[in-house]
Design a protein around this ligand. Structure first.
Ligand SMILES: Nc1nc2c(c(=O)[nH]1)N[C@@H](CN(C=O)c1ccc(C(=O)N[C@@H](CCC(=O)O)C(=O)O)cc1)CN2
Length: 299
């Protein structure tokens, strides 16, 4: 059940019950914006935001995000999507409608570090994040009391090289049981299998604690210290089977110098990680990210 934590939250949901978003990717050509706008107008929609980008107007790839209101959209969405097929096919579109009447359901995976987890939970409790967080899954028991004190179920599923397949099967069963839309890895320190990822393609968001592509993999702060870097950073990306090489959603950096030891780097880094992950989650919640050729277009 959606936690009614914040009165504004309820008002916001009531205000935007007829709001939807349409994301489009297709070969660039004349007339796309006109046809899409006319289609929405003819179906009784009012466009409140429209953004587009082309890699090359002379025949590149075109991307569009339209946000619109359509009264009683929940009753009309099947017809809307059926009618849109004609335009989509004529422009060879990849497309997706999403409806604000469906509050996205986010699962959080965590290991032992709590800073990103607590930041996400605070933003959820305060109503900043318009989502549900039905459960937290961890390969360690350390954070169980903290999470359950907020009324959120916590599932401790130990993971090691020998039991990874069975552990992931249990994780997937829970994600299905709770009807999860997307997963956030809040410093979850286990590599997900390709099989797991296939269930949530471009719906698993990770926070890597370095300014990628620098320091892929484990222990980036120690390696950054040994390298003598003058900035450190964090990167939020969609998870793919290529470790820390998925499409980047958000990044952040901060200056450091020779006086910082490894613990100092981690302390400064935690602030960057929290901010970058929160911005990435917000962009995903607002359907502002299109993935294309292992990169992102962020509207
Ligand atoms: N398939 C993917 N899985 C994960 C990704 C990813 O990009 N693709 N990101 C990682 C997060 N991560 C760095 O941000 C990371 C996590 C874990 C490891 C690692 O070497 N883990 C070891 C076990 C470590 C332990 O037991 O504590 C392992 O899984 O063998 C490297 C990088 C999340 N998963």
């Amino acid at each position: 059940m959606l936690q009614t934590i914040n009165a504004n939250y309820e008002t916001f949901l009531q205000q935007f019950k007829d709001r939807a978003r349409l994301l489009i990717t297709c070969p660039d050509q004349q007339g796309i914006v006109a046809k899409v706008s006319k289609f929405l107008y003819e179906h009784g929609a009012n466009i409140v935001q429209s953004d587009q980008y082309s890699t090359d107007p002379a025949g590149g790839t075109f991307f569009m995000r339209v946000e619109f209101d359509l009264p009683d959209i929940v009753m009309k969405k099947e017809e809307l999507e059926k009618d849109f097929h004609h335009i989509a096919n004529s422009f060879q579109m990849k497309w997706k409608f999403s409806y604000m009447s469906h509050v996205k359901r986010m699962a959080i995976f965590v290991s032992k570090q709590d800073h990103c987890l607590l930041d996400l939970l605070w933003r959820y409790q305060s109503g900043d994040f318009l989502c549900e967080i039905p459960l937290v899954i961890s390969n360690h028991p350390d954070l169980q009391k903290t999470v359950e004190s907020l009324g959120i179920p916590y599932y401790f599923i130990p993971v090691n090289k020998e039991n990874k397949r069975e552990a992931e099967q249990k994780q997937l069963e829970l994600l299905q049981k709770y009807q999860i839309d997307f997963v956030v890895l809040a410093r979850y320190m286990q590599i997900l299998s390709p099989e797991f990822i296939r269930h949530y393609q471009y719906n698993i968001i990770n926070i890597h604690h370095s300014f990628l592509p620098a320091f892929v993999g484990a222990r980036p702060y120690e390696r950054a210290y040994d390298r003598g870097v003058k900035i450190i950073g964090a990167t939020s990306h969609y998870v793919t089977e290529n470790l820390d090489e998925g499409p980047i959603i958000e990044q952040g950096v901060k200056e450091v110098n020779h006086r910082y030891n490894v613990e100092d780097l981690k302390r400064v880094g935690r602030t960057i990680e929290r901010d970058v992950l929160a911005r990435a989650v917000q962009l995903h919640l607002e359907d502002r990210v299109i993935v294309y050729e292992n990169k992102t277009i962020v509207f």
